[in-house]
Design a protein around this ligand. Structure first.
Ligand code: NA7
Length: 547
């Protein structure tokens, strides 16, 4: 996707567009936020969006095999009964194209496009205290002013291309999965190197292997994966969904991670070894993220977690025929689900193909990229295409790319120098009337995203409505509330095994130089929701309100 040309002097002299609210990003969060501000509160609002279409993360992540890890009947908005009734998913886990069809349908159905400016990258957002308005600049030289800015840039939208020496010299093609070309990539007859074995790499490798002449997967950290068992939805299940919208909605809003399944109340250590094996086997057959819910203590007890880890490692060794490859794939150094647990369609099976090989970078690290491929310590791998499935500068990267300045010229970069510091993941001290949808410090990526997004957008909308009703001009998280919340976020993470995966993007560890701090709120959606509701019920406790 080409981006708009750089600003002309003429463009800069244009008068600013004045709005009540600017929403940045036209993904799941931005679309619903626009609808709430415009249609529920009657405000003048616009979305500014870099892409030429809606979809956010789903717009950019078009790599082969891109598929949602949440079951389709829970991966949707619940705010509109009509929308729920008229939309029908076709598969258990919706593919990228189907999620895009859904979001385009939402944009059309609620007539949102007329208030979305596409091809518009926000470069800066500066708070002007005298007017109590944000000045927002875009790359094409437009200026906007608004009382509110709602950042809905997505948690996984700033692609991370590692700084491997020699990339610029590569004579073939290279792509990052999160910036995939719309016209697709032709792998037929090509020697492909894929770096990265996170959720994305695990989804894309088996699909690339179907047409590439050879696929070499470069693995730095071995990863768990459980079969997705994706399948078309049966007419009976579709009928069930249509008849139970309310029940499903209630269920996803009541569970800790926003998925439509309860975590078993059983400990992995309270059942016999045979019983445990039987339950894991059943969960493996069912497939999906639900595997995590087999026992209640998989993320709190290392001993319990070890049983799941051993089970999955055993499966890898059974599936992968070459013993050395199986060993490298099963040599996993962190607890199960301490990094985002991928689900797959024949990932481990792909290594049984003649045209797929694995390079274990722990034993044989990459030295450099050459014009002809990738040189590791042991050998040169000749490649026509390199696919970077290397993830994102998650949770903070996209917002920090914008020059955000709050009160007294405080930059967001400075405010977050030691790591993201928010109150409830919704607001940042020093940045009045700026809200972050699924910002760091909220459950966000540990939750089924549409559930987390609806909760945030509803909260922000009610907050703005409250301000209008009470003649409040400015809201800002207090330093004390942010300090307390950072402690709560850390304590919630420390009560789990999540920080034990020291290389995880939850901690910012995948981006060199990024401060290490556990970013999402791990205390569960119900506890989190009650903090948000309580703050609002107490007249927005923890926020400073100025008339
Ligand atoms: P992830 O989960 O961050 O995975 C990125 C992968 O790329 C992971 O295996 C990394 O290894 C690997 N990586 C990153 N940098 C390098 C370098 N320099 N050399 C070798 N390997 C590297 O991103 P995904 O896109 O898979 O998934 C992101 C989320 O999207 C996912 O969790 C779902 O929520 C949807 P590492 O583990 O850091 O050693």
């Amino acid at each position: 996707m080409s981006e708009p040309a750089s600003p002309s002097t003429r463009a800069h002299s244009r008068p600013a567009t004045e709005l009540d609210a600017i929403v940045i990003g036209a993904g799941f969060g931005g679309l619903y936020q626009l609808l709430c501000l415009r249609d529920r509160l009657g405000l003048s609002a616009q979305i500014l969006e870099t892409a030429d279409g809606v979809g956010g993360t789903w717009y950019w992540n078009r790599y082969p095999g891109a598929r949602c890890d949440s079951v389709s009947h829970s991966y949707c908005y619940t705010f509109s009964r009509e929308l729920l009734e008229e939309w029908e998913w076709s598969e258990r886990f919706p593919g990228q194209a189907e999620v895009m069809r859904y979001l385009n349908h939402v944009a059309d159905r609620f007539d949102l496009r007329r208030d979305i400016r596409f091809n518009t990258r926000v470069t800066s957002a500066m708070y002007d205290a005298a007017s109590n308005r944000w000045q927002v600049h875009t790359r094409d030289g437009h200026r906007f002013t608004a009382k509110y800015v709602i950042a809905a840039l997505g948690c996984l939208s700033s692609a991370n291309v590692p700084d491997i020496p020699g990339l610029e010299s590569f004579a073939g093609e290279w792509y990052h999965t999160g910036q995939w070309p719309h016209e697709g990539v032709e792998f037929t007859g090509k020697r492909v190197g894929q770096i990265g074995t996170g959720s994305t790499g695990i989804q894309t490798a088996p699909v690339i292997a179907e047409t590439a002449s050879h696929l070499t997967v470069f693995q730095r950290t071995a990863n768990y994966s459980v079969p997705a068992r994706n399948a078309p939805l049966t007419p009976e299940f579709k009928r069930y969904v249509h008849e139970h919208h309310e029940e499903i909605g209630r269920l996803v809003r009541s569970t800790e991670n926003g998925h439509p399944f309860e975590v078993s109340p059983r400990s992995a250590l309270e059942v016999s070894a045979q019983e445990r094996e039987k339950l894991y086997e059943a969960a493996w057959e069912t497939g999906g993220l639900q595997f995590r819910a087999t026992f209640e203590d998989l993320l709190s007890s290392k001993a319990a977690n070890d049983t799941a880890a051993q089970f999955i490692k055993g499966k890898i060794r059974q599936i992968v025929k070459d013993p050395a490859t199986a060993e490298a794939l099963a040599d996993i150094d962190h607890p199960y689900a301490a990094k985002r647990p991928p689900i797959d369609t024949h990932y481990f099976e792909a290594f049984n193909r003649d045209n797929v090989s694995l390079v274990n970078l722990r034993a044989d690290p990459i030295e450099r990229i050459t014009p002809r491929g990738i040189k590791t310590a042991a050998k040169h791998h000749d490649l026509d295409i390199i696919v970077f499935a290397t993830g994102f500068d998650a949770m903070t990267g996209a917002l920090l790319k914008v020059d955000v300045r709050g009160r007294d010229g405080l930059t967001l970069k400075d405010a977050w120098k030691a790591g993201p510091r928010t109150y409830l993941g919704l607001q940042i001290a020093g940045f009045p009337n700026l809200f972050t949808v699924t910002g760091p410090g909220s459950p966000s990526v540990l939750c089924n995203m549409p559930v987390a997004i609806e909760q945030h957008v509803d909260w922000i909308t009610e907050c703005i409505a409250y301000m209008a009703e009470h003649g409040i001009e400015r809201i800002e998280a207090t330093e004390q509330a942010a300090d307390r919340w950072v402690d709560e976020v850390n304590a919630a993470a420390d009560a789990t095994l999540l920080p034990r995966a020291t290389h995880s993007w939850y901690l910012g560890a995948n981006v060199p130089g990024k401060p290490r701090m556990f970013m999402p709120y791990a205390g569960g959606m119900t506890r989190y929701r009650s903090f948000c509701d309580q703050a609002a019920a107490n007249g927005y406790e923890g926020f400073e309100l100025v008339r």
